[in-house]
Design a protein around this ligand. Structure first.
Ligand SMILES: Cc1cc2nc3c(=O)[nH]c(=O)nc-3n(C[C@H](O)[C@H](O)[C@H](O)COP(=O)(O)OP(=O)(O)OC[C@H]3O[C@@H](n4cnc5c(N)ncnc54)[C@H](O)[C@@H]3O)c2cc1C
Length: 391
């Protein structure tokens, strides 16, 4: 536990990172909270609230980790946002992930530290000018290692689906309730104060709603004036192959020009996750309807084979596509929604939702229960910094 980061009234409530079930009983004054979305952000918010002794209702149309949070890479880096407004959140959240690995169980959530190397790959031409390091044996294709860009002190990984599900399961074990359903509106008082959330047409009464809908935040513009959130789409695959705890960030040059930033993440237990292929496509309402194109899968397989004979021979375990939620300034939206008392946004974490989930969950719990974030400066992520609109 990080003593300096605890909120002022910790004597009354446990910090968001003390053990669940050990908090004080929920008092009559505890707010009734509905968390919309059980991706990693909603899961982390519900988990942190449970730590404060406030069991939320968690709603998702597809179950925990139904969208990007179930099919992301799960890469975590402490210092890759140095020099930008995300830096403090990255460092704090990286440290929280280590604590969570102890509490939830590293094996249960697929947590482990990683080395990260950058590499150059091409099917033709001279690669030797990029070589700065001996290339690891398992990368036996047309690839050269360039630089170590992350060490086990600064880089790690989780299995995104297992991590998100563990947070939801532990929040539920501490009293939260998971509801499978579609959020289709809010019940607002005439002055805009939140009174409830409409789930499949029926109102669940509440004092606080946290919208953690990822790229579906734009749908919530029907109910509230909110900043625009976009989704950028990527395809990925999970292969059955053994490789060391060594992630590879590879610049792949395609024959005749073009290429992609190809990523390889070996995971514990004999699997390797690969991604890098961008896709275009609108966001369907149902996350289950998001699938990668055959072209993307063929391209990912082809480029994997250029890197390694192990990857060339590997069987396919899963394929997916997912939308990363993004704002125009690239920063997440974390905080109260102006003009709608009781409504909070926690979304638009772009490429770093897995990394930033623990710090975001803690910040939102502090905002809801203490009136403001005490662990980190939330000003760069304020919802009111961007123009808001309705649909
Ligand atoms: C290929 C890829 C690799 C990535 N790799 C990494 C990485 O290595 N590290 C990292 O930190 N981040 C990574 N990311 C980013 C990360 O996946 C996202 O930032 C994060 O998952 C977003 O989480 P979320 O909870 O905001 O949204 P989501 O995971 O999209 O969850 C939103 C949830 O809301 C639910 N929902 C939507 N509308 C409704 C409704 N009306 N009613 C009920 N439920 C609803 C959906 O079912 C969904 O479960 C990656 C993303 C991609 C695409």
């Amino acid at each position: 536990m990080i003593a300096a980061e605890r909120s002022p009234d910790d004597r009354r409530r446990p910090s968001p990172h003390s053990r669940p079930g050990r908090g004080p009983p929920v008092t009559l004054s505890a707010p009734r909270v509905v968390v919309c979305g059980a991706g990693v952000i909603g899961a982390a918010v519900a988990w942190a609230l449970a730590r404060h002794g406030v069991p939320a209702v968690i709603v998702d149309r597809g179950g925990p980790a139904a969208a990007a949070s179930g099919s992301a890479s799960g890469f975590l880096a402490a210092d890759w946002n140095a020099g930008n407004p995300l830096d403090a959140m990255s460092r704090a959240s990286f440290a929280l992930h280590r604590e969570l690995a102890d509490e939830l169980g590293a094996e249960r959530i697929g947590y482990r530290p990683l080395e990260v190397i950058s590499a150059a790959t091409a099917e033709e031409g001279d690669l030797e000018r990029y070589r700065r390091l001996p290339t690891p044996d398992w990368l036996d294709g047309r690839v050269v290692a360039h630089e170590v860009i992350g060490t086990t002190a600064t880089a790690a990984q989780v299995d995104p689906r297992r991590f998100t599900t563990a947070l939801v399961d532990d929040a539920v074990a501490a009293g939260a309730r998971f509801v499978s359903g579609v959020v289709d509106g809010l019940d607002l008082a005439p002055d805009g104060t939140v009174r409830g959330v409409r789930i499949d047409g029926a109102v669940e009464p509440c004092d606080v709603v946290v919208l953690a809908l990822g790229p579906w935040t734009d749908r919530a513009q029907r109910w509230l004036a909110l900043p625009q959130v976009f989704g950028t789409r990527m395809a990925s695959m999970l292969l059955a192959a053994d490789a060391p705890a060594q992630a590879v960030f590879s610049e792949y040059a395609a024959p005749g020009g073009g290429g992609m930033q190809f990523r390889i993440y070996p995971r514990p237990g004999g699997t390797v996750y690969i991604t890098g292929r961008q896709e275009h496509g609108t966001l369907p309402d149902d996350p289950a309807a998001i699938a990668p194109s055959e072209d993307s899968i063929a391209e990912l397989r082809r480029v994997a084979a250029v890197h390694s004979s192990r990857l060339a021979a590997a069987g396919e375990l899963a394929r997916s596509a997912c939308h990363r939620p993004l704002t125009v300034d690239g920063l997440p939206l974390i905080g109260p929604v102006p003009g709608a008392s009781g409504a909070f946004l926690a979304t638009a974490h772009a490429s770093w939702g897995l990394l930033h989930a623990p710090a975001t969950g803690r910040m939102v719990a502090e905002m809801v229960l203490d009136g403001g974030s005490t662990s980190l400066d939330a000003a760069p992520f304020a919802v009111g910094r961007l123009p808001a609109g309705r649909r």
